[in-house]
Design a protein around this ligand. Structure first.
Ligand code: NAD
Length: 462
């Protein structure tokens, strides 16, 4: 049977592309060797966020006294087995939901490992399939660190850490990126003693410097040790726990070491050579603006084409690729991909940072507004954080960076404004409901020209 589209990988890139293609009338084959939902649903975004929700519930119970609720001392205790059960139930429910959606759309879901067999041809565990278009959405895999071999027991990736049924006493995290920082905040809240070793001079290296500094301050205040500009030189996991020698001369002992130093595109076993598909220097599949590879009719999306390696970027790329292939547009704006980070406090970013703007030699203006000046933030007891808005000299939004409660929920408005080329005046003129945290965004926008209502003075530092 010939398909209009065969997709390799049913993560948030592949399964969303499959649904979009079927909505456009295409006959779709979706091949997946693991579980539908990919890393995001099964070993990434969803399980971590389910566990982070437990850490927030624990924090809320611990802080109950501040809100006038009396609880007996020691009332809050974490039961990791229950946390795991809850997480697993959520993952399974969502997995079942995707399977239903695919079935309801008439998409043929095939369990197996697919590889290319020349243009328009696919091999799935020895069986041949033909498709007018092929979409590669195989995602990414862990970057390994020499000398820090993953043994799955003491030295692990989140593949193992997401299944821990006990809270490790001492946890060392190698890599202060998104995964490292999210896990550090969560495990600290569960009671671990946490240290992070990050090679770069700051945590979450590519994000707005002020946001990274505020997060570092919050993490240190929570008792997380940060070793920036530091790497692991040696690790010995032969005894109980792991002894780790750092490049700064310190020696640490940890019960568990979590390695989170990034991910790389997963192309192994795809037989890309059969279609002469070109790769970038970093091993990602090269694509054009329509996500077509160097082979006609073969497309690629998501982590396998490299950064930003975010689930929602993969979904948006999948939709754009499929729309383009079936002549229905295919709009994708890489400048407006929101970046949500579920640390404590949360971070939401979109667009350029002040560091990038300076590097590009661009003139820009900046507005800031603190959570502490927002009524709703005070009511919620969440006053740490601020919103930062960068614009061009006419006030057109170039980047918005928020750290604080629900920052991940506040950022889509900024993404929409950027995508539509709006100015801070448009954000200001849009009535923001009171009392809500969304007022922080409009006030930070107004502050670009010194016009925030609930802030004295004018701040236009670049
Ligand atoms: P990352 O690239 O965000 O961070 C890796 C960190 O490790 C970097 O800060 C890097 O400087 C550091 N590092 C590299 N080598 C090191 C070494 N030898 N010693 C110490 N530090 C070292 O990668 P990640 O945190 O592993 O996450 C993987 C991917 O998953 C990312 O692309 C991320 O965007 C995505 N992700 C996104 C979210 C989210 O959006 N909320 C959550 C989790 C993961």
């Amino acid at each position: 049977m010939q398909f209009d589209l065969a997709i390799i990988g049913a993560g948030p890139g592949g399964y969303v592309a499959a649904i979009k293609a079927s909505q456009l009338g295409a006959k779709v084959l979706l091949v997946e060797r693991g579980d539908v939902g990919g890393i995001c649903l099964n070993r990434g975004c969803i399980p971590t966020k389910a566990m982070i929700a437990s850490s927030h519930a624990l924090a809320a119970v611990r802080a109950a006294g501040e809100y006038g609720i009396a609880l007996p001392a020691g009332a809050a205790a974490i039961d990791m087995r229950k946390v795991q059960e809850r997480k697993q139930a959520i993952v399974e429910k969502l997995r079942g939901g995707i399977a239903q959606l695919l079935k309801g759309r008439g998409i043929e879901l095939l369990k197996g490992s697919a590889s290319l067999a020349g243009n328009g041809r696919l091999n799935v565990d020895g069986a041949a399939y033909e498709a007018k278009n092929i979409l590669i959405a195989t995602g990414s895999t862990w970057i390994k660190l020499p000398g820090l071999e993953i043994d799955g027991r003491s030295i692990v990736t989140t593949d193992e850490a997401l299944d821990w049924s006990e809270v490790p006493g001492r946890l060392l995290i190698v890599g202060g990126g998104v995964i490292g920082c999210e896990f550090a905040c969560m495990m600290r809240s569960f009671g671990s003693e946490v240290a992070i070793v990050e090679a770069m001079p700051s945590i979450l290296p590519p994000i707005e410097g002020a946001v990274s500094r505020l997060l570092a301050r919050g993490m240190k205040a929570a008792g997380i040790e940060l070793f920036t500009g530091t790497t692991v030189e040696r690790a010995d996991a032969s005894g109980t726990g792991v002894r780790v020698a750092l490049s700064n001369g310190k020696e640490l002992t940890a019960d568990k070491v979590l390695v989170a130093v990034g991910r790389r595109p997963l192309t192994a076993g795809l037989n890309l050579e059969s279609c002469a598909i070109a790769l970038t220097e970093r091993g990602a599949i090269k694509v054009d603006a329509k996500f077509e590879t160097s082979a006609k009719g073969v497309y690629a999306i998501g982590d396998v084409i490299g950064q930003p390696m975010l689930a929602h970027a993969a979904s948006a790329e999948g939709i754009a690729a499929v729309e383009g292939m079936f002549g229905k547009g295919g709009e994708y704006d890489a400048h407006c991909v929101p970046n949500p980070i579920f640390t404590t406090p949360e971070i939401g970013c979109v667009g350029l940072t002040s560091e990038e703007l300076k590097q590009q030699g661009r003139e820009f203006l900046t507005g800031r507004f603190p959570y502490a000046a927002c009524g709703k933030a005070l009511c919620d007891g969440e006053t740490d954080g601020q919103a930062i808005v960068h614009t061009d000299m006419e006030g057109r939004i170039l980047g918005v960076h928020i750290i604080g409660q629900d920052a991940t929920l506040l950022i889509p408005e900024a993404a929409l404004a950027m995508r539509k080329g709006l100015t801070v005046k448009d954000l200001e003129a849009t009535i923001h409901a009171h009392p809500t945290l969304s007022e922080i965004v409009s006030e930070a926008a107004a502050d670009v020209f010194g016009m925030a209502i609930h802030k004295v003075g004018r701040e236009q530092k670049r």
